[in-house]
Design a protein around this ligand. Structure first.
Ligand code: HPA
Length: 278
């Protein structure tokens, strides 16, 4: 049976973090598979292992460190999730959404969410960064939405709009910065599936037909939770493989981690330039 977190549960996690740091971050970041090195630029750090936090879903996936990195980055106080947990690990959507609500209660107003994704759009290349212009939350559409259950109106309304889930001003800023840095950033629709299986060829054709440019196993539940709570969201996918529609490679987790090594420095450059302008 699903259990739903109460405000007291969230506050317990918040208290455990506040017992370890005085920093009140306004910017939160979630780092996907292979993108953990982005957290290495954070200064004056406090590390908190997910294992030490009540209610926190602990990541079991290789390439996800499983700790909070709290400190300063590009002039801002930040809280960074170095690794995330996923629905396919057996957590409920409510559990995987918990970190976002905890960050909200810590004072976070802007969430930067990253992931490793497969390129559904065949014009993409491995190593590309895709600005998430919009998403298709397939698990949410078929009954696995993190906002299921009693609505906690302290966070937001029962029926939140997702029309501008990805903040238009932040997207424009990201486009401007990418152009300045000549990063050749892609832009498109991220589609979430539950995983852990990669897609069949027929499923990839389905994703193409419904308008997805990139596919992954995370992100949309975090975005939904953040937008419900009134946070501004900016999202990036790192394209770690091109989805095979009949003549490409078979995807595997090792190549996802390897491609992250190319993507992380470029994403870092982008964020280091973008953050001071927030
Ligand atoms: N499919 C789903 N999730 C992914 C992929 C993929 O091809 N690559 C990285 N995450």
């Amino acid at each position: 049976m699903t259990t739903y977190f109460t405000m007291a549960d969230y506050q317990e996690t918040v208290a455990a973090i506040q017992a370890r740091t005085d920093i009140a971050p306004k910017i939160g970041m979630i780092l996907g598979s292979g993108l953990g090195p982005l957290a290495e630029a954070v200064e004056n750090v406090t590390y908190i292992s997910y294992n030490d936090l009540p209610h926190w879903p602990v990541s079991t996936v290789e390439g996800h460190s499983g700790r909070l990195v709290i400190g300063q980055l590009a002039g801002h106080d930040v809280i960074v999730m170095q690794g995330r947990s996923h629905f396919y690990e057996g957590y409920t959507m409510q559990q995987v959404g918990l970190p976002v609500r905890v960050m909200k209660l810590l004072g976070v107003e802007t969430m930067i969410i990253t992931n490793a994704a497969g390129g559904v759009n065949q014009s993409f290349s491995v190593g590309d960064i895709m600005l998430i212009d919009d998403h298709i939350n397939l698990p949410g559409m078929i009954g696995q939405n993190p906002l299921f259950g009693p609505n906690l109106s302290e966070f937001g309304p029962r029926f939140p709009s997702m029309t501008f889930a990805y903040d238009p001003d932040l997207k424009q800023l990201a486009r401007d910065v990418a152009a300045e840095l000549e990063l050749g950033m892609q832009s498109g629709v991220y589609m979430a599936l539950s995983g852990p299986t990669y897609e069949t060829i027929a499923e990839i054709r389905f994703l193409q037909a419904v308008g997805a440019d990139a596919v992954g196993m995370s992100t949309t539940h975090e975005v939904v939770t953040a937008v419900h709570a009134g946070m501004r969201v900016l999202g990036f996918s790192g394209v770690t493989n091109i989805c095979n529609i009949g003549d490409g490679d078979v995807p595997n987790h090792e190549e996802v981690i390897e491609a992250g090594k190319v993507i992380a420095p470029n994403l870092m450059k982008l964020l280091q330039t973008l953050l001071p302008r927030l």
